[in-house]
Write a protein that binds this ligand. Structure first.
Ligand code: HEC
Ligand code: HEC
Length: 512
């Protein structure tokens, strides 16, 4: 029983969130499903009205209720219904989620830190600190959450590097008051009441594959939208996806579309002006995906992207500006010549020549567009400079988690010194990729031979899971690796990143 539900929790996470909400009243469902234990008083439902969280946060809580308290026979429809209702009535505003959206978007690499060392050490060691900051509660409910932790995980005080201190004492006297003060319950924002239907212009970047732009067509109401997304990559390749999405709470767009490279999920924030920003990723492999921005085609003038946003000096370069309301009115600074302007659906194509290296700001139809001109790069770096991949497959149930790297070109800026604040990021550069052992021990174990391989798009694919009889002591295919990028220039530029090619993530949650 438990195994089945645990698998469900891992696999069905995003699909329930993108399941279109059912017609039954959410209030009714809460009353039937939850009312047996949670009492409704004059001030609302016990516990349920003391918290606000994201759709993924509600998903986790409701699944815990079902799992831990054996609530039987909840259908996918009911589950989707209750999560949609709770997200609409007890959600966070998009502004309240800013800075922590990476955890909802399942960005493969993000810096997750608490507001100070004590909060990081107490509440950000077993799971992300983002999981904490994406909630609002009454003071009593923050206290109950901490009590729940100790009740549910009695070994908590002895794990996760907490043995050097009085964890429980600190949690009670310092952490609960801090949480209550900084993340108070406050008012739930009104649910999204706009009409999302229409034609959108989109632009974005997929690490390992490149920039893309395109269109998205949305029909139907916010609770059950039909979505069609057509992307054209900068190398001319096209990908088309169709599927369904809905907007939960104040502006949490969740979609599941099929086509292109497979099924994808969209996790987008709906801004006040209807602009969408977020990420899409493969349903089966969330490392693979891209950032995306979209606005309705009739949005007031705005620039979503300049692709590429860089040009070699002295060479005419075609730059695609994607946005709305863009005309051929282009103002360029001294030293930049506009050779040609062509308008097309979703923007304008410029041909520019720059004479001087450094940042360039153009105006297109009065909108600023930031580019960088360069002659030679001063250095490159790898994004990310530290990453984790995970073995998988090999007959096991858990798929591999690859790691994607990109090479970023840099100028040293006015001070001529690398690594200072005035350095200018030029853009993502084509590179050749290789791996090597990170340490002597990794060399002795031949990690570069066993742990996986990197291709020329910077994608590291880990090896199969399971013991490997070819390795000393039948060790598995983990490794400690150096990732090396080389960008053509005379002399060539290189950079290194650190890759922990490690074991599977056995327990995954909607909010890690
Ligand atoms: C069988 C009894 C039972 C049912 C049914 C039940 N709960 Fe709970 N609920 C509990 C208990 C016990 C706790 C405290 C322990 C915990 O947090 O897991 C709790 C805690 C909570 C909390 C506070 C936890 C937090 O960290 O935010 C919320 C919110 C909540 N329940 C919502 C719901 C909702 C929504 C439903 C219906 C889908 C539901 N519960 C159904 C017993 C139940
Ligand atoms: C020992 C590891 C551990 C530590 C330390 C820890 N947590 Fe958790 N936390 C968990 C686990 C595991 C869950 C998931 C519970 C579930 O839903 O099954 C969780 C869930 C949560 C949730 C989501 C609960 C819900 O239903 O909405 C919040 C919020 C949270 N933790 C906050 C905190 C805070 C605040 C602290 C610091 C006081 C903290 N955590 C420290 C392990 C930990």
């Amino acid at each position: 029983m438990h195994t089945r539900l645990t698998t469900l929790a891992v696999v069905a996470v995003c699909s329930v969130l993108t399941h279109p909400a059912h017609a039954a009243s959410g209030e009714e469902t809460v009353s039937t499903l939850c009312g047996a234990c949670h009492e409704k008083t004059a001030t609302g439902w016990d516990r349920i009205d003391s918290v606000r969280k994201t759709p993924e946060g509600w998903d986790m809580t409701v699944r815990r209720m079902i799992r831990n308290f054996n609530i039987a026979g909840v259908s996918d429809d009911e589950l989707a219904d209750v999560i949609a209702y709770l997200s609409d009535t007890r959600g966070l505003s998009v502004a309240e989620t800013q800075g922590r959206r990476y955890i909802l978007e399942r960005e493969p690499v993000a810096i997750d830190e608490g507001p100070n060392q004590q909060m990081t050490e107490t509440c950000g060691r077993c799971h992300s600190y983002a999981r904490v900051e994406l909630q609002r509660r009454t003071p009593e409910d923050w206290a109950k959450l901490v009590h729940f932790h100790l009740g549910q995980f009695p070994t908590l005080e002895y794990q996760a590097l907490a043995r050097d201190r009085d964890w429980w004492g600190i949690a009670q006297s310092e952490i609960i008051p801090w949480l209550a003060e900084h993340y108070p319950l406050g008012q739930a924002p009104a649910a999204y009441a706009g009409d999302p239907a229409g034609d959108y212009i989109v632009a974005g970047h997929q690490p390992g594959r490149g920039d893309y732009r395109g269109t998205m067509t949305v029909t139907g109401p916010r609770a059950a939208m039909d979505v069609k997304m057509a992307l054209t990559y900068s190398d001319g390749a096209q990908a088309e996806y169709t599927g369904r999405a809905h907007i939960l709470g104040a502006g949490e767009w969740r979609g599941t579309l099929g086509g292109g490279d497979g099924d994808i999920h969209q996790v987008l924030a709906v801004g006040l002006d209807g602009r969408l920003d977020g990420r899409w990723f493969l349903a089966a492999q969330d490392v693979t995906g891209g950032r995306i921005s979209a606005v309705r085609a009739d949005h007031p003038p705005v620039v979503l992207a300049a692709q590429p946003a860089m040009l070699r000096i002295g060479q005419p370069t075609m730059i695609q500006i994607t946005g709305t309301g863009l005309s051929d009115q282009v103002t360029a600074p001294d030293g930049v010549t506009v050779e040609a302007v062509t308008r097309d659906v979703g923007g304008v194509m410029l041909t520019l020549t720059a004479a001087q290296p450094g940042p360039v700001t153009l105006e297109v139809a009065g909108q600023p567009v930031d580019l960088v001109a360069y002659e030679r790069l001063d250095r490159i770096s790898i994004i990310p400079d530290v990453a984790i991949s995970r073995i998988g497959g090999g007959g096991g149930a858990i798929p591999k988690t690859p790691a994607q790297f990109q090479a970023m070109g840099w100028l040293n800026g006015p001070d001529g010194q690398p690594g200072t604040d005035d350095d200018v990021a030029v853009g993502i550069m084509p590179a050749t990729w290789s791996i090597a052992p990170w340490s002597e021990e990794a060399a002795r174990m031949q990690d570069e031979k066993y742990a996986g391989s990197i291709d020329q798009t910077g994608l590291f694919t880990p090896a199969d899971a399971g013991p490997n009889p070819e390795r000393p002591m039948m060790t598995n295919n983990i490794g400690d690796l150096r990732v090396i990028a080389t960008v053509e220039q005379d002399p060539p530029l290189t950079a290194e990143a650190h890759l922990y090619a490690t074991v599977q993530r056995f327990v995954d949650a909607p909010i890690r």
